[in-house]
Design a protein around this ligand. Structure first.
Ligand SMILES: Cc1cc2nc3c(=O)[nH]c(=O)nc-3n(C[C@H](O)[C@H](O)[C@H](O)COP(=O)(O)OP(=O)(O)OC[C@H]3O[C@@H](n4cnc5c(N)ncnc54)[C@H](O)[C@@H]3O)c2cc1C
Ligand SMILES: *[C@@H]1O[C@H](CO)[C@@H](O)[C@H](O)[C@H]1NC(C)=O
Ligand SMILES: *[C@@H]1O[C@H](CO)[C@@H](O)[C@H](O)[C@H]1NC(C)=O
Ligand SMILES: *[C@@H]1O[C@H](CO)[C@@H](O)[C@H](O)[C@H]1NC(C)=O
Ligand SMILES: *[C@@H]1O[C@H](CO)[C@@H](O)[C@H](O)[C@H]1NC(C)=O
Ligand SMILES: *[C@@H]1O[C@H](CO)[C@@H](O)[C@H](O)[C@H]1NC(C)=O
Ligand SMILES: *[C@@H]1O[C@H](CO)[C@@H](O)[C@H](O)[C@H]1NC(C)=O
Ligand SMILES: *[C@@H]1O[C@H](CO)[C@@H](O)[C@H](O)[C@H]1NC(C)=O
Ligand SMILES: *[C@@H]1O[C@H](CO)[C@@H](O)[C@H](O)[C@H]1NC(C)=O
Length: 536
């Protein structure tokens, strides 16, 4: 696995040469010739919509949605051209012209791809930046409430626009407000209501796209196979998604949040052990996430801290008495709980402790408050770990600086949907783990150290997680599990990560891909491969 990743990085490094820069001038000229032919764009508008490397906007526009400092360096490969469409016909022309020039198109909505696949490539490429596609129309009169949301909008903007119309309606998606709708919804999506309402894609009812021929299609004209694929099968394999139509859900006037922190010296181990039995089986209105991380004690020895963060769709008294019975090891008290509105619960999860002092308008902010180096990996657990197993995990984890495991409970109503209802297959698992490392010091040495630490947690977890295949969550993008260089055996390579991300749904995804994009125009390092031509 390490070897695959190394090759991936070498591709990156190799493609960054002066040769490519010279090329980029030609690419830009050819692209503009085609683009102006396909659209009726004025010269003035063209300079804002199609950016060459020499444009003053090129670097600021590229950086505006880079969310991982690892891919923000001078040696990170850059696109030859950035297209920032303002209308749908610009997207159509971008697809047709990139295809005509036989180049790779990277589609970017919120730019939160953990391995930067929406704006980095090893080959000559063009970035399609959808940040102008951020319109949101909420209609409370449509069948209990729905919204059309363009893919360049952020989750925070969607939550805010719903809240403006109704405090008793919400949407079950991710907890980070700057995440883009485009990548999040096409990759599955979940947040703190996953056990009550299932995945984000379970609430998607329509979409508009630009396909590989440059046509604009909706659910009816694209057909149910492709509509199935873009709900969990990942953006970037099938089409450019312009907008999704989503159904809203109802939330109570009062919800409760709480946090309980325990160190290894305060029986964190007993708490985490019992959590595995309670969190996936309790009331679907209760979501309890646990974060395990290494920490240094006052006497300079290391330990593991367990931090539990929870949302209950109801009031504090009810959840306290429920957990007194189900989870006494937690020792939850009413004083640990805070009652608030649903929109305030989002602010609380964004680490605003005093939610009365911040306004929901902060959900509209697009600039994240930090620019850090990250690496993430994912795993699924199907059977509870025993106390001795957890103990060994704690001892190893304590020595791995800056590394953490985030345990997200499944079960509840998520479990009620068939694993082939959408492209996302991992519905019947006990819980999901996000392996996480975040650091601030630049350079290859820090990169090796911290990414190495994370790969160690991944090795340590091998006996305790899903097998054959070892499953992964697409939205926790991880190029370590394999990349497809689209060479002769691209199908086989695609199957390695494809089975991990999609399980048995991989086969249907390949059939859809082969039908809608036989030339494999929509491709990236981990896209769905087409069937080898002799098998078509
Ligand atoms: C800080 C942070 C917090 C997160 N929290 C959560 C969470 O709570 N829950 C959760 O489920 N996930 C979470 N994620 C993961 C997140 O859902 C994924 O990274 C998601 O794919 C990001 O979408 P994006 O549009 O911002 O990313 P991008 O980097 O723009 O895109 C991601 C992928 O989708 C493709 N794509 C993007 N837009 C389109 C489009 N319009 N049409 C076709 N393809 C497209 C890209 O080419 C790329 O392959 C988090 C990520 C970060 C960095
Ligand atoms: C676009 O190109 C085609 C083929 O070269 C040409 O016939 C057509 O007139 C061009 N259209 C515009 C608007 O430039
Ligand atoms: C990228 O680099 C620029 C310039 O140094 C910086 O302002 C920005 O915060 C960085 N972003 C990330 C995510 O590293
Ligand atoms: C967003 O909506 C406005 C107002 O209706 C419209 O003028 C604009 O073209 C829309 N933007 C996109 C990218 O669709
Ligand atoms: C460090 O402190 C912890 C508790 O705070 C204690 O259990 C441990 O024995 C101490 N170790 C040393 C080497 O002092
Ligand atoms: C812990 O380490 C710090 C910095 O290395 C040092 O200043 C401090 O004295 C150490 N404390 C103990 C209890 O050893
Ligand atoms: C973790 O890293 C930080 C800085 O990167 C360092 O100060 C600290 O001593 C390290 N801790 C351990 C346990 O290695
Ligand atoms: C989900 O359902 C499956 C069977 O339908 C069952 O085996 C599994 O234990 C359930 N998981 C949870 C977390 O409820
Ligand atoms: C899912 O699988 C079941 C049983 O194998 C099958 O009957 C059903 O048609 C499948 N559904 C979809 C959407 O493919």
């Amino acid at each position: 696995m390490d070897k695959t990743y190394l090759i991936f990085l070498l591709f990156f490094a190799a493609s960054y040469s002066s040769l490519v820069s010279a090329d980029s001038v030609t690419v830009y000229k050819d692209f503009v010739r085609c683009f102006t032919n396909k659209t009726s764009i004025s010269d003035k508008e063209l300079s804002d919509v199609v950016l060459s490397r020499t444009s003053v906007s090129f670097t600021p526009v590229l950086r505006a949605y880079i969310r991982n400092a690892r891919f923000n360096t001078s040696s990170t490969p850059k696109p030859s051209v950035i297209v920032v469409p303002r209308v749908e016909s610009h997207v159509q022309a971008a697809v047709i012209c990139t295809k005509t020039l036989n180049l790779q198109l990277k589609i970017r909505s919120g730019g939160h791809d953990y391995d930067g696949l929406s704006y980095v490539s090893a080959v000559t490429f063009i970035v399609l930046d959808l940040s102008n596609f951020r319109n949101i129309t909420v209609d409370m009169n449509d069948d209990g409430g729905s919204a059309w949301v363009q893919t360049g909008a952020t989750l925070g903007e969607l939550y805010y626009r719903i809240w403006e119309k109704s405090e008793l309606h919400a949407f079950p998606a991710g907890l980070c407000s700057t995440v883009g709708v485009g990548g999040h919804l096409s990759g599955g999506g979940y947040g703190h209501m996953i056990r009550k309402f299932g995945l984000t894609i379970d609430h998607v009812v329509d979409a508009t796209i630009v396909d590989a021929k440059g046509q604009i299609l909706d659910r009816k004209s694209m057909g149910e196979d492709l509509f199935w694929a873009i709900r969990g099968g990942g953006g970037g394999s099938f089409c450019v998604i312009l907008a999704f139509k989503v159904k809203l859900v109802e939330v109570p006037k009062t919800v409760t949040v709480f946090r309980v922190d325990k160190s290894a010296d305060q029986n964190a181990l007993d708490m985490v052990h019992k959590w595995q039995f309670v969190a996936p089986r309790t009331d679907p209105g209760l979501f309890m996430r646990v974060l395990l991380s290494s920490a240094t004690r006052k006497n300079n020895t290391t330990t593991v801290n367990a931090k539990l963060r929870a949302l209950y769709l109801g009031n504090a008294d009810d959840v306290v008495s429920m957990l007194a019975k189900e989870f006494p090891e937690l020792g939850l008290k009413k004083e640990d709980c805070r009652e608030m509105t649903w929109i305030q619960s989002l602010l609380w999860w964004l680490n605003h402790v005093d939610v009365d002092k911040v306004k929901p308008e902060i959900l509209l902010e697009r600039e994240p408050d930090s620019a850090k180096f990250l690496k993430r990996k994912s795993d699924y657990v199907e059977k509870e770990m025993t106390k001795p197993e957890l103990n060994r995990l704690f001892q190893r984890l304590a020595t791995l600086n800056r590394t953490g495991l985030v345990l997200n409970p499944y079960g509840g109503n998520l479990n009620a949907t068939a694993t082939n209802a959408t492209a996302f297959p991992h519905r019947h698992k006990l819980y999901k783990i996000q392996h996480s490392v975040t650091w601030t010091d630049a350079g290859p040495e820090a990169d090796r150290l911290y990414v190495g630490n994370l790969r160690t947690t991944y090795k340590i977890m091998t006996p305790f997680v899903s097998k054959n295949p070892r499953s992964s969550y697409l939205n926790y993008r991880d190029v370590d599990i394999g990349v497809n260089d689209h060479g002769a055996d691209g199908y086989r390579k695609g199957e390695i990560y494809g089975r991990k991300y999609f399980g048995e749904n991989f086969d249907r995804l390949v059939r859809v891909k082969t039908a809608v994009d036989p030339d494999n125009f929509f491709r990236n390092e981990q896209s769905i491969p087409t069937l080898p031509s002799k098998r078509r």
